[in-house]
Design a protein around this ligand. Structure first.
Ligand SMILES: [Zn+2]
Length: 323
């Protein structure tokens, strides 16, 4: 009688997807730590997190998508015996904000600072609301990993209040977060309709979310023209290190390589050069920033996809309010 459940358990154990170890924080500047994101096969990405040690606790900038990513953040707080006082979301994309709920569960006093863009994404007809409807219609033949990803997305959406700001950021300016002064900058109509990026004058670190992503920019909710202007605004600060949403921390030269490649890609998309040529040019232009052959292949593939996506939608995403 007991053998059937045992066999069933063994079968389940064999098909259950394995999870990677939590990422480890590394210091990139005084009191400034990077918890690196990742992109794994079949899974949605995790964006980078940055943790700042502040006089009144930790400031966590972006919380990733998967539980193992937020486990890396929580382990850092536990090791330091410090509370998370502030969560900053650079934007509402779920590879940067899904971990809010888990971090808040462990640190109930943590307050989320972000723009109101997430409210619009969650509202009826908004990007996230539309994706919930699509996710519920997932194909039954989806792999175990894909099913796990969809379940994670739906669970995050069920507790979507954790994505909303406790402290909405409506304008750019310097604020004290957990006792540490930081310049918070709003980039309107860039990656989303209101992104947030940070500049820390003390360390000259800029944390810029998905204004920079490697191997290619993610245009799903983007207004490319204002996005380019936002890259110029970042460039105008005297930053020393820029932490992108995906990829390694950048020097000024790295950032400028990306900024120029972004401009060239935009003008290629707006002309009538064949898409494959725009994609190849993108991969060539950001070549110095790509590490592996897989990165180079993906850079071309993603850029090729986005040429079509942008051209089909008049040069910007369908969610962009200012074309
Ligand atoms: Zn991202």
């Amino acid at each position: 009688m007991r053998i059937v459940p045992l066999l069933l358990m063994l079968a389940l154990a064999q098909t259950a997807p394995t999870h990677p170890a939590p990422p480890t924080a590394r210091e990139i500047a005084p009191d400034t730590y990077l918890v690196p994101g990742a992109m794994l096969p079949e899974r949605g990405p995790d964006g980078n997190s940055v943790i700042l040690v502040a006089p009144e606790g930790l400031i966590v900038i972006d919380t990733g998508r998967h539980p193992w990513h937020s486990d890396g953040i929580l382990a850092f707080a536990r090791d330091r015996r410090l509370p998370v006082s502030v969560i900053v979301n650079t934007h509402w994309h779920l590879d940067h904000a899904s971990g809010n709920g888990r971090v808040k569960a462990a640190h109930p006093n943590a307050e989320v600072y972000t723009t109101r863009a997430v409210d619009r994404a969650l509202a009826s007809g908004g990007f996230l609301a539309r994706n919930v409807a699509a996710a519920r219609e997932r194909p039954p033949e989806a792999s175990a990993i894909r099913r796990e990803e969809v379940d994670l997305f739906l669970a995050t959406m069920q507790t979507s209040d954790a994505l909303r700001p406790d402290v909405p950021i409506e304008q750019s300016g310097t604020r004290r977060l957990a006792g540490r002064p930081l310049s918070l900058r709003i980039a309107a109509d860039a990656v989303t309709d209101a992104d947030l990026w940070l500049y820390d004058e003390a360390t000259r670190v800029a944390v810029i979310g998905d204004l920079v992503t490697l191997p290619a920019p993610f245009f799903e909710t983007a207004c490319p023209a204002r996005w380019q202007a936002a890259l110029d605004e970042v460039w105008a600060t005297p930053f020393r290190i820029a932490v992108p949403g995906h990829g390694s921390p950048m020097t000024r030269a790295d950032f400028d390589t990306y900024r120029k490649a972004f401009g060239a890609f935009r003008s290629c998309v707006s002309g009538d050069t064949p898409g494959a040529q725009c994609a190849a040019a993108w991969a060539r232009d950001v070549g110095p920033l790509l590490v592996t052959d897989a990165d180079r292949r993906q850079a071309t593939d993603y850029a090729g996809y986005y040429v079509d996506f942008l051209r089909k939608n008049g040069g910007a995403s369908p969610d962009c309010r200012v074309k």
